[in-house]
Design a protein around this ligand. Structure first.
Ligand SMILES: [Zn+2]
Length: 447
């Protein structure tokens, strides 16, 4: 039996150098080969797929978080029931001790909105594979050199997340020192720890990166990470700008969900889908095919099965090829979740999707006076919370003008705007800039 670190290193090497596809047809052949193997050897081990004998993905049913949670036991190859593992996941969440396992499986809770949480199971072999793949896809060459030089101190990774998991601590080894910072403790609490043990790699959700950038600008935080990665939420250009001015680095992104490791930033700054391990089908959200919801099949996992799983995310396609030459398709941005899409009726009575990025851009164009904002749609009213520098009525007027331009451009009926103060979200909660709470009555608001 190979020691863990060696196994992780083997996955690393295989991913970095062997599965570095430059030709699209070679990548697709590889995917087909892995899928066929997955159909024959893995799928029949989960009750939901037994006896289906698919030849292509089209032969298989779709799933999403709700389907998975409703029939949890049937979607994993160990026959583990939700009732068995849910208490373990909830207990970890309350005690903030994220180490418990069930029968050798890591049990985690995904960070869905309330009532929409998912449980995930990961075996030890999957954890080591995940860690190897993640490092292979995200470590820049200078840090790889650092990692492989035994005379250097271990590579220090500081990780800010809502919850830790055995998944992440798998990265800990003789050459990697991984420190978890609990978002529930806030950013200020982490500053002395970071100063005492400055990380080489900083990983955090964008609002946290921005808060850390502010701490660095005022001189309280004295770290110089050489690699910065944004996770878990949409990276807005303003977050990226503050990080760059505070630390002199452009933040990279990892699109990692409990459903899998889905995309990563290459050296040219493009987000590539992790297609060497995950098959991505596109469900188009507009006639022009600029945005899609990903439907993913992870053919590398063999405990909890993710097969034609529809993610609640909106991805924007990138039209130009990436100069890095990777065959994995790249996307322009992760724009948010499908429930962040607003809907307004066009003058012909048909509802039009207003993607969250349109709203973000309009607010950005108003300028620096807007420190924070949140937009919520209730029918034909938009509730706009603002945190401002400067004169409120002037800024509100500017926002109204920008949005009026947007409605006109999209040919939709203008909603009523209702301005309020921006509410600080609770510690550890996801930033939700745009939210559709209720659609205008009498219109079909769906893709
Ligand atoms: Zn690239």
């Amino acid at each position: 039996m190979m020691p863990d670190a060696l196994l992780m290193a083997a996955h690393f090497a295989r991913t970095r150098w062997l599965l570095d596809f430059r030709q699209r047809d070679a990548l697709e052949r590889w995917q087909q080969q892995r899928l066929q193997r997955f159909f024959t050897h893995v799928l029949p081990r989960a009750a939901r797929f037994r006896g289906l004998q698919p030849t292509t993905l089209d032969d298989l049913p779709y799933m999403d978080k709700a389907t998975l949670m409703a029939d949890f036991q049937a979607y994993n190859t160990r026959g583990v029931a939700l009732e068995t593992v849910l208490p373990i996941a909830l207990q970890a969440e309350t005690s903030r001790d994220f180490s418990p396992v069930y029968d050798g499986l890591t049990v985690g809770l995904s960070s869905g909105t309330s009532g929409n949480r998912g449980v995930f199971l990961v075996s030890k072999a999957e954890r080591l594979r995940w860690a190897g793949i993640l490092l292979a896809r995200t470590l820049p060459p200078h840090l790889l050199k650092h990692l492989l030089s035994p005379w250097h101190a271990p590579l220090r990774i500081a990780f800010f997340l809502r919850a830790n998991s055995n998944l992440y601590t798998t990265l800990n080894s003789r050459r990697i020192q991984f420190t978890f910072h609990d978002l529930l403790h806030g950013v200020e609490a982490a500053v002395p720890q970071l100063n005492a043990n400055p990380p080489d790699v900083l990983v955090a959700p964008p609002p946290v990166l921005r808060a850390l950038a502010v701490e660095a600008m005022v001189g309280r935080l004295r770290i110089q990470p050489s690699h910065i990665i944004a996770v878990a939420e949409v990276l807005e250009s303003r977050d990226a700008d503050s990080v760059r001015s505070a630390f002199g680095r452009i933040p990279h992104q990892i699109y990692q969900a409990t459903e899998g490791f889905l995309a990563y930033t290459c050296e040219h700054g493009a987000l590539h889908l992790n297609e060497s391990f995950v098959q991505v089908e596109r469900e188009w959200l507009d006639a022009e095919r600029t945005r899609f919801q990903p439907v993913i099949t992870d053919f590398t996992r063999d405990t909890q099965l993710i097969v034609r799983y529809r993610l609640n995310d909106v991805l924007r396609v990138r039209t130009e090829p990436c100069p890095c030459g990777r065959a994995e398709h790249s996307i322009a941005a992760i724009e948010g979740r499908a429930d962040e899409v607003l809907w307004l009726p066009a003058h012909n009575g048909i509802a039009v999707a207003i993607f969250p990025d349109f709203i973000r851009r309009a607010m950005l164009l108003v300028g620096e006076q807007i420190r924070e904002f949140a937009v919520q749609q209730r029918g034909m009213t938009l509730h706009i919370g603002l945190s401002l520098d400067g004169d409120a009525s002037q800024v509100q007027q500017a926002v109204a003008t920008r949005l009026a331009d947007l409605w006109q451009e999209l040919g939709v009926q203008a909603p009523t705007l209702h301005f309020t103060d921006w509410q600080v979200p609770p510690l550890g909660a996801k930033r939700r800039r745009v939210q559709m709470l209720s659609a205008p009555e009498g219109f079909l608001c769906t893709f």
